[in-house]
Design a protein around this ligand. Sequence first.
Ligand code: F6P
Length: 545
Amino acid sequence: MAPSNTAADITAASEWAALARAAGEMQAGGVDLAGLFAADPGRSERCTSTVGDLVIDWSRHLVTDATVELLLALAVRADAPARIEAMLAGEPVNVTEGRSVLHTALRSRPSDEVLVGGVDLAPAIVAERERTSALVRALLAGERRGATGLPIRTVVNIGIGGSQLGPAMAHEALAAFRTGGIECRFVSNVDPAALAAGLAGLDPAETLFVVVSKGFATAETLANARAARAWAASALGAEAAGAHFVAVTANRDAAVAFGIDPDDVFATWDWVGGRFSMGSAAGLALMAAVGEENFAAMQAGMRTVDEHVAADPLASAPMLLGLLSVWNRNFWGAQTRAVVPYSERLRLFPVWLQQVIMESNGKRVRLDGSPLSCESAEVVWGGVGTDSQHSFHQLLHQGTTAVPVDFIVMAQPDPDADGEAAAERHESLVANCFAQAAALAFGTPAETAGDPHRELPGNRPSTVILAPALTPGVLGQLVALYEHQVVVQGAVWGINSFDQFGVERGKTLADAIVADLRNGPPTSEANHDPSTKSLIAHYHRLRGQ
Ligand code: F6P
């Protein structure tokens, strides 16, 4: 039976109270990770999960078998497995917008049915995949040319948020898999410096812009797209410039009205959230860079995790990891989660994940609009190891706030790294990752601390995700592993993880403010708060206006 559109207050459940008691007892008793390992030789093995190629060691969380049982009972009480099944079945689980949430369908097998309200979406998904691949093939073969007949050498993705973060992260992560045929750049910020950097050194005649915007109404994206078109038109002429633009959107009419040829408009759908859309045509620029086979391999990696979750949501790795984040957040008071890939190429992973977790679960009311009575999403932040060790790890080890950390590391160096010398440095990279997780968990050995300044308290939780190598498939698995955790968190808290009304108010205010930046200082009647009026006045003064 499908779960309802309301969610009872999970903090009133007996399972919540049992977890609160368990955490209280551990805190009062001074739980000791070293002791937990010493008392239980099988802990490492039992507390390591695998999905696809990923080995996920969660043994350094402050949990016992009994805690895990309680967390799973909480998930059942919250109807989390049924909510996940409802999402996968295309039910309108985005209740505030009345939409299905089917990013998993983007990476389904061509033979899979995707039935929503009796309609099979699969043919449209497959057709769009084929159109996108055909464009990429034509670009790479030099068959799709610019208006002057020159082949396209650079694809510039213009989009922001979910229309940029995932593809840009993956483009960086899969640098070793780029075909070299097409260079790919990403422009998101409305800061003119962003487009200027994105266009630097490019020849308009050899450049194709992909305007990615689900709604085709995002001010930053449209402003950048208009500026890019003016740049192209100044070299090629207005009509010819049009041939250098394609769009990916769920708002086809707006893209056509913008001047994009209907044959060059690629679809995404209202049942794909922007932050979950990188497996769709929103990844067109990424596909142009790495080729359709690598893109398909990334989708297959996502599918591996989707199928793992679908087979048994309650027993899945994302369920466990999502529940551990609830444990840390709600029962140990963790306000943030650090994500530290020991992989230079995953440097954008924490940035991508910030939107996936915080835009999804940064919510304060439940599905029915009643206020949450517990904390929701943690603040997500991070950076790459080993650099981060020389930046923020001091706080992780000895600061007054405990921050759960997700470490991500590959057994193999990137395939394009340089031989034996690279292998040695890679060993050092992996060793540092393992060492950080150990130091967080076990602190300083008693015999060496001696002095409170030198003492590391330990007992700080972390997860280590180890994969064979940063391949397209592994990247896809990592992406889906985190996407599903978000759904688990949201289901437990009883919130809608799939809307983002919090970002709308700022957009409306910016529209009103920009008018007064353009037209001169606001009059006393202008409808701004006093502090905004004051800032606008300073702005005009600094501009000599
Ligand atoms: O930041 C708000 C948001 O709506 C995100 O959810 C979305 O990824 C981004 O803006 C871009 O939206 P669009 O793809 O419609 O341009």
